[in-house]
Ligand binder design. Structure first.
Ligand code: GLU
Length: 295
């Protein structure tokens, strides 16, 4: 299989400047390393009707193009089920009946990092599990054998983070992001993952899971986010931050693309023209502070 990079938006609404900058970076990383570039719509959760079409249109408007058909996670349930089945057959999963509240209120295991699942249901007896099954549908958790795992990131270097007994399938039957992303990246031949650095803390879990499933660990690059003037991750409430909002105040998509390229110290005009000037090591390490430009 040829190697590939990707952009994997969640179709929960319109893409904003931060998402578009990450997409342009993912495209530049992939193309500058001779990879294909693929698009995967992560619609397992939070999908809003009509959002996908708008996102694809906006990506094209800033010059991001992709090869092959768009992949949608909602069409891949069998792949995820097969991965969970395999892990379960190896004794690597267990049912969890905890509510969010129970997890918050449980005393954390000694030495467990903050936020890690305390392992309550890992120790249930067969009989206890039978009783709990009658009260609440179970989620499926990974029976992790490690508490942390290291990954290598092109921007962050060696990064070691928490691996707890994370959820593989939620109790409403929806596959969890951490499982779907690992299965999809491998199945699509994606060996380069470029995404916002808010996802760096999830990456050790994903790399550990890939190892358990015998899958290749992709190359990672977690890129800085775009932030508002308070240094907080850009969001819809920060004013004109989507191509739609910006067009309404007289700023066309081409101008947004140019601002993004300039923020990366690249020549503007088109992503194609910027490509020969792109070097991963020159990607700015600091977040980019977005200021809505004057029309
Ligand atoms: N769908 C995720 C998001 O939009 C990105 C996941 C990923 O790139 O691995 O935040």
């Amino acid at each position: 299989m040829t190697s590939a990079g990707r952009f994997a938006p969640s179709p929960s609404g319109e893409l904003h400047v931060g998402n578009l900058r990450t997409a342009i970076l993912a495209w530049l990383f992939a193309k500058s390393s001779g990879r294909k570039f693929l698009l995967r719509v992560e619609d397992l959760d939070r999908a809003r009707s009509g959002a996908e079409a708008g996102q694809l249109r906006d990506l094209q408007a800033v010059g991001v193009s992709w090869e092959d058909a768009v992949v949608r996670q909602t069409e891949r349930a069998e792949l995820y089920a097969a991965a969970i089945k395999r892990l379960s057959a190896e004794g690597r999963t267990y049912e969890c009946f905890c509510t969010r509240r129970e997890i918050q209120e449980a005393p954390s295991a000694p030495h467990a990092p903050q936020g890690a699942y305390p392992g309550t249901c890992r120790r249930l007896s067969h009989a206890e599990r039978e009783i709990r099954r009658a009260t609440r549908p179970a989620s499926i958790r990974l029976r992790s054998e490690v508490s942390e795992w290291g990954v290598e990131d092109q921007l962050h270097g060696q990064y070691v983070g928490v691996v707890d007994d994370f959820v593989l399938r939620r109790n409403d039957g929806v596959t969890a992001y951490n499982l779907a992303v690992v299965v999809d990246d491998a199945a699509q031949g994606i060996d380069q993952v470029v995404r916002g650095d808010d996802l760096l803390p999830s990456t050790p879990r994903q790399a550990y899971l890939a190892t358990l499933l015998g899958l290749q660990i992709p190359e990672y690059a977690h890129v800085p986010l775009v932030v508002n003037h308070d240094g907080v991750r850009l969001a819809k409430r920060d004013g004109a931050v989507t191509l739609g909002d910006l067009a309404a105040v007289g700023i066309p998509a081409e101008r947004v693309r140019d601002l993004i390229l300039e923020s990366l110290d690249l020549p503007d005009g088109s992503v194609q023209d910027a490509l020969p000037h792109f070097t991963p090591k020159n990607v700015p390490k600091e977040p980019w502070v977005w200021k809505t430009p004057r029309a």
